[in-house]
Ligand binder design. Sequence first.
Ligand SMILES: Nc1ncnc2c1ncn2[C@@H]1O[C@H](COP(=O)(O)OP(=O)(O)OP(=O)(O)O)[C@@H](O)[C@H]1O
Length: 480
Amino acid sequence: MATPETQRLVAGRYALLAELGRGGMGVVWRAEDKVIGRQVAVKELRLPDGLHGEQRAVLEERVLREARSAGRLNDPTVVTVFDVVTDGGLLYLVMELVEGPTLTQWVAANGPMPPAAAAALGKQVLAALECAHAVGGVHRDVKPSNIMVLPSGRAKLADFGIARIDDDPRLTSTGAVVGSPGYLAPERIQHAVATPATDLWALGATLFFAVEGYAAFERATTAATLYAVTNEVPYLSRCQGPLASAVMGLLINSPDARLSHQQAMHLLDLASTQGGPQPNLTNPITRSAPVPKPGGRLKRVAALLGSAVLLAAACFGGGWLTGRLGVTATAVGSPALQPTWTYGPGGQIPQFKLYTGSCAGGSMQAGRAYTTSMSCDQPHDIEVFGTTTPLDTNFKGGYPGQDPLARDAEGYCALLFSSAKIAPADKDTSLRFRALIPGEQAWDHVKTEDDPDGAARDAYCIVSSANGGQLTDSVIKKPS
Ligand SMILES: Nc1ncnc2c1ncn2[C@@H]1O[C@H](COP(=O)(O)OP(=O)(O)OP(=O)(O)O)[C@@H](O)[C@H]1O
């Protein structure tokens, strides 16, 4: 803590009292505004080394311009920028002082956030983004360390529109890049400009972090992180229903297929009212499990594989994500997807009695029945890599029709196929998969003493080799 004698006074007005933290662009101080006698946060912006005069001027100009626009955003969920000043050649941003941890710090101290609290937090951040997007603003850097959590549970979004080196072609020549590649939407990695949809993707990654306690795409190197952002679908293990649908729907690669503000808000609204009253975020919540380290993710996935079907079905919401929100296999992007078939009497596959992780002989042919499984260690023709209950598990009506069932099942199978659960690196070319949905007779089947099978409501994801040959091992990633 600085004493009055050693206190630095910035711009003749802001007395720096103590360091609050450090980020990619500089130090943040608790300070006192001597003119009006209130405490503020002062961020000392240290521009990257190696910028030449013009680049420095461009960046400073952008910081000023964007701080002004952030200052204009009159939203209680946005950390207000009061002033931008220069002193001794350095640039300082004077902001509202937020007395609460960032989401990163909160999770480090308390473990994963309860789903209803994470949904409530997500709603607030989404509302702030919506307000900014409506007037043409884009945050560009939504991530856990830019979200501050007040003891009341209210959230505040910091660093609004702060200039980033990578956004301006006049600045990229220094090679200085981006802070958090794990929160950079896939289209940004392909150098598309930042749009409201890129902020929404980052919100999805942030909510994943809140609810799981680790960053979905963080890997040991930047290259591996960027690869994961572009190619992997993360597993959610601590939430289901609308929250899982919101997170996964925000993380859809294609900005056009990604959830809109309204869709995300609707789901977060539903999720925030589930699970009883909101926990008080003042008191540390008893840690339900240690926060896994980023490197531990594969182990987690492996440990979850035993219950992967239940887990995936729960987290993708058994139809919440796919059918209701129009997430189709095409949106997920699956070149290996084959046309969906039906099973049961009158369907292409008259009988189907396999389950996830089981394999069978006999290539998929109309009229072939699958009633017994075999070990996936033996050469086999097909493997079931997922099971889902399309539409709603509580759907009690008559046969909904092949189209809605197929849309749901294809979306689910495509998500699962593109995820890290399916191991082969060349899966898009070496494998083919299809969804198998119940036909009308299987759906309506009434069990009798002679025929004890009940109505069939499940859909299956089936994988086979692309070249018509046999598979010699399971395609599901093995525990490491
Ligand atoms: N308005 C604020 N009020 C109180 N503390 C703040 C405020 N803004 C930032 N801090 C503290 O300062 C730390 C550093 O913030 P900063 O925005 O510089 O870094 P960052 O967001 O973690 O990283 P990056 O610069 O890469 O975005 C934060 O982790 C937080 O603890």
